[in-house]
Design a protein around this ligand. Structure first.
Ligand SMILES: Cc1cc2nc3c(=O)[nH]c(=O)nc-3n(C[C@H](O)[C@H](O)[C@H](O)COP(=O)(O)OP(=O)(O)OC[C@H]3O[C@@H](n4cnc5c(N)ncnc54)[C@H](O)[C@@H]3O)c2cc1C
Length: 390
């Protein structure tokens, strides 16, 4: 069992690392977070955060701060990309509050980082060190860990009872573990852009643009939603990583509805982001290092759950370590439960990909089914994902 004085080192101060710091400190343990970057950067763009994530954020006391920077769209509109026709609308705000008792939000990633980091800095049990790159980890949870950290060229050695790797899809710790596991290319790429409200083209403004909009088409889709309380809009286009897609996203959406082509051509800059995935899920390695977030389960963003499940991982780890049982057993229970849940979430992402990227007769059938089925029914199918876990 963990003693209250047992120190926990977290490698990486992204969403997984900061969430783990808050969860573990709130459960009573002293936590040290090492993050290799010197300061927080405006990286990436928007995130959808379902009730499975916002419920944990409320539990850690940071949801109210996040609400000041986020949007809570009323609907997810599922649209045919070529015609622009809305096939069905999912009343996500009402459903989330009423059935899952937590909001469905859209946020800028940097806002979420800032809020998590500020909360961690206020928490007396958390030390957060930027500009500290973890170089190596040795030991086990039976003997404790020794962690070597590079700070401005000097190596600092830190001892800890547990070491939690939250070092992202490129996880150096996972690559250096006895199992040597690196991420692999998924064959897909994401194009991302952010536009201010005043920059939105008229053709996009004439849609119900303050909602989450999904545009589906053959082997590609595009998602748009408001961030920064609706002052900015986040656009993500997912395409195959082929020759056409590597030039400009417009090339892949040529015959799509005008509102999408207008958005694609007016955004001043599109950032290309090749998507990598982990071959297998891993929450615990043979040496007892714990993995959370992308380092455990990086996957494609079809279920919009990467950050949300990093937040869930953190909550589940703190809960698992609080169980009144030997540490090894508690960690195994944690890893088994998270593996089962992540498998289901990843399968859901595969289903979404099949539906969003369908073409020919399948796309036609999809459109008929979506037009005839009520939006609430699609949300009810996701009850297992968003409902509070026991
Ligand atoms: C196009 C796209 C859209 C997405 N949309 C959504 C969405 O709508 N909803 C959602 O929930 N998720 C979404 N995701 C997924 C989500 O962004 C990621 O799953 C999440 O950010 C992973 O967080 P993390 O903390 O595990 O990893 P990271 O954010 O990568 O953090 C890892 C951190 O570890 C640090 N680090 C690495 N090595 C070391 C070291 N040796 N020492 C110290 N520090 C180190 C890094 O500097 C970094 O800060 C999307 C992803 C993509 C690509």
């Amino acid at each position: 069992m963990m003693r209250p004085s047992d120190k926990i080192v977290i490698v990486g101060g992204g969403i997984a690392g900061l969430s783990a710091a808050l969860a573990l400190a709130q459960a009573g343990w002293p936590v040290v977070v090492y993050e290799k970057v010197i300061t927080l950067r405006e990286i990436g763009a928007g995130l959808q955060l379902g009730p499975n994530a916002t419920r944990w954020l409320r539990h850690w006391g940071v949801l109210d701060a996040l609400l000041l920077y986020s949007s809570a769209p009323q609907f997810i509109h599922l649209n045919d990309g070529k015609s622009g026709k809305t096939l069905t609308s999912l009343p996500v705000a009402h459903f989330s509050e009423y059935h899952w008792h937590a909001p469905y939000l859209t946020v800028h990633r940097a806002d979420l980082y800032q809020i998590l980091a500020q909360a961690a800095l206020k928490q007396p049990r958390v030390q957060l060190h930027y500009g500290h790159e973890v170089q190596s980890v040795s030991g086990s949870f039976e003997t404790g860990f020794e962690i070597d950290i590079n700070h401005q060229g000097q190596i600092i050695r830190q001892r800890a009872r547990l070491c939690v790797a939250c070092d992202g899809v490129w996880s150096p710790l996972r690559q250096r573990s006895p199992l040597f596991e690196a991420a692999r290319p998924s064959g897909l790429m994401a194009w991302r852009a952010t536009l201010g409200r005043a920059q939105l083209p008229e053709s996009f403004l004439s849609r119900d643009h303050d909602q989450i909009q999904v545009f589906m088409g053959a082997k590609r889709h595009l998602i748009a939603y408001p961030i920064k309380t609706g002052q900015e809009f986040n656009f993500v286009a997912i395409t195959l990583k082929d020759k056409m897609a590597t030039q400009h996203p417009l090339m892949s959406f040529e015959r799509w509805t005008t509102s999408i082509r207008d958005v694609l051509s007016c955004a001043p800059q599109w950032t290309a982001w090749p998507l990598f995935v982990m071959n297998r899920l891993r929450f615990l390695d043979t040496g007892g290092v714990i993995y959370l977030g992308d380092s455990a389960h990086a996957t494609t963003p079809f279920a919009a759950q990467g950050a949300a499940t990093a937040i869930e991982d953190a909550g589940a780890l703190a809960h698992g370590l609080s169980l009144n049982m030997p540490l090894k057993q508690a960690l195994q229970i944690f890893a088994r439960a998270r593996t089962a849940r992540m498998r289901r979430i990843i399968r859901r992402g595969h289903v979404n990909r099949f539906v969003y990227h369908a073409w020919g007769p399948l796309a036609h059938a999809r459109n008929i089914v979506m037009t005839q089925r009520q939006g609430q029914k699609f949300l009810a199918d996701l009850d297992w994902l968003y409902r509070e876990q026991s």
